[in-house]
Design a protein around this ligand. Sequence first.
Ligand SMILES: NC(=O)C1=CN([C@@H]2O[C@H](COP(=O)(O)OP(=O)(O)OC[C@H]3O[C@@H](n4cnc5c(N)ncnc54)[C@H](OP(=O)(O)O)[C@@H]3O)[C@@H](O)[C@H]2O)C=CC1
Ligand SMILES: N[C@@H](CC(=O)OP(=O)(O)O)C(=O)O
Length: 337
Amino acid sequence: MYENLAIVGATGAVGRLIRQLLEERKFPYKTIKFLATKRSAGTEITFNGETHIVEEMTPESFKGIDIAIGSTPDEAAAEFAPWAVAAGCIVVDESGYWRMKEDVPLVVPEVNPEAIQNHKGIISSPNCSTTQMVVAMKPLHDAAKIKRVVVSTYQATSGAGVVGEEDLVEGAKAVLNGSDYEYKAFKHQIAFNLIPQIGGPKYEGYTSEEMKMVYETRKIFGDESIQVCPTCVRVPVTNCHSESILVETERPISAEEARELFEKADGITVVDDLGAGEYPMPKTCTGKNEVFIGRIRKDISCENGLTFWCVSDNLRKGAATNAVQIAELLVRSSAAV
Ligand SMILES: NC(=O)C1=CN([C@@H]2O[C@H](COP(=O)(O)OP(=O)(O)OC[C@H]3O[C@@H](n4cnc5c(N)ncnc54)[C@H](OP(=O)(O)O)[C@@H]3O)[C@@H](O)[C@H]2O)C=CC1
Ligand SMILES: N[C@@H](CC(=O)OP(=O)(O)O)C(=O)O
């Protein structure tokens, strides 16, 4: 039984939502502790009506813990996961640090739930832009094998954590007031602007965020032949990542067939009526756990192409919801033993 939980990075943008989701989904537990850095140690958190005090994470924090859900920066994840595993705990990690390591399953429950069985103590949750894209790809890939994907992202500022959210709001106020504001999460002004760079240079002019979409997609589908060409852009939207996705499949898929496949798929909601002005938008998808799809249409430039618009809450399905779903899979698998 997995009944003793630790939430690592409990005070961050993703950590706050993990707490909320565990409450919303009535996640079963006996004990729970909330960990962060010295900066937040001592902060009071109310969880399921009880007051908890945030503790500073140390190697001893994981004694007696069965599952730790981590949403910390990469460096902290690199440090704490081995401590937790040594203490006999299973780590569900949100950071980028463990995702591509051998022996670490990279799991999206709607796509490859079976992969959790191969864990050796650490299970990773993918990058937020990758997660919503692979949920959308799954029914099309099953039906007609996706050979190639061209994706452009429109990523919200909450993707850069609590500081990213503040930068947009405070930066916009500064522009409107004519005052100065020093951006903390972004290299350029994000208010009333777009930034076509997320992450540092990584490969052949692509950024680290873009290459995560390439490598993680292949690992999740267990298919190294899938070609992905991404462009990741930061936009002045507080929450929800949007993506324009074009897939090329082995056999042609009509818009009608794609709509049916999406409608039947786990974790997808179709909102698609161009005439009525209905399609997913960040404003309507924020606070929801699904991946929303609209603007489904044939690629008029290519016989086997299909294109659509995809929006999802990056802090929920892109991070916290996916991690909590993985923890739920673990709990279900332990109950089945
Ligand atoms: N935001 C998003 O859309 C997504 C984020 N992720 C990943 O999730 C992780 C967290 O992101 P996010 O919530 O946005 O980031 P935030 O900066 O908002 O929060 C970071 C959290 O980690 C804690 N932390 C930092 N260093 C340590 C440490 N050494 N030991 C213990 N706790 C530490 C912080 O504690 P303190 O309050 O004390 O500083 C805080 O609770 C990152 O790896 C990110 O890449 C993944 C998918 C999507
Ligand atoms: N980099 C993403 C969010 C994120 O944290 O991704 P990752 O977990 O891969 O570092 C964004 O800024 O929108």
